[in-house]
Design a protein around this ligand. Structure first.
Ligand SMILES: C[S@@+](CC[C@H](N)C(=O)[O-])C[C@H]1O[C@@H](n2cnc3c(N)ncnc32)[C@H](O)[C@@H]1O
Length: 196
């Protein structure tokens, strides 16, 4: 018996379901959850019934490791501690998800660009990126430009309203502390044209 967290009430779940509409469940067998947590890992295990999920967290991030190990019981999940800005992931994947990950780059002393590049360097056929539209640490215009220039095709890009916005009072942005409300999320389904 597999234990996953019930995410059906969450906007993240509905958004993910909408973003992966064009993917076939049975074609997605190897998945990387880049910046994992019990929500994204459970969503992946729920929608891709045949997939094995490598759940990548920043080394020593016990905030995420403990809930992943305690709340989910699945042979299809493996927690992997890797700094995605430093080490190159060698394995090939059908899908890589980065859900609410990019805004956290600076929490571990990295730049947005180094984390984003580290993720987009992963050898995956498909990517789903999903983050908070209002987060000043997530540079959406940079994402769009990079994808256009580096051989990625945006298949779907969609904005989702957050029914329960949260207030973030002090986000580190360069030398400033900024506040924002998470009123919307933006999700992308991206096809990697650099890989056969
Ligand atoms: C807000 S949490 C993501 C939540 C998760 N995707 C979910 O929906 O449940 C951010 C994640 O990014 C990871 N992370 C941040 N910087 C990272 C890095 N440089 N390398 C690997 N993981 C990183 C953190 O360890 C954490 O797992």
């Amino acid at each position: 018996m597999e234990n996953i967290v019930d995410t059906s009430h969450l906007v993240h779940d509905k958004a993910f379901k909408c973003l992966i509409k064009k993917l076939k469940d049975e074609e997605i067998k190897k998945v990387l959850d880049a910046g994992s947590g019990k929500t994204s890992a459970s969503i992946l295990l729920k929608y891709f019934k045949e997939a094995h999920v490598d759940a990548v967290i920043y080394p020593g991030d016990n905030r995420k490791k403990n809930p992943l190990e305690n709340a989910i019981g699945s042979d299809r999940l493996e927690v992997v501690e890797v700094d995605l800005t430093k080490s190159c992931v060698r394995k090939h994947y059908d899908l890589c998800l980065a859900m609410l990950t990019l805004g956290e780059a600076q929490n571990f002393g990295n730049s947005f660009e180094s984390l984003f590049h580290g993720i987009m360097d992963i050898k995956a056929h498909w990517f789903v990126l999903y983050d908070i539209l209002e987060d000043p640490c997530v540079h959406f215009r940079y994402i769009d430009q990079y994808l256009k220039e580096k051989g990625f095709k945006i298949v779907t890009k969609k904005k989702f309203r957050n029914p329960h916005p949260e207030h973030y009072p002090k986000v580190n942005f360069d030398k400033y502390k900024l506040e924002f409300d998470s009123k919307h999320f933006v999700g992308y389904l991206i096809k990697n044209l650099n890989i056969n």
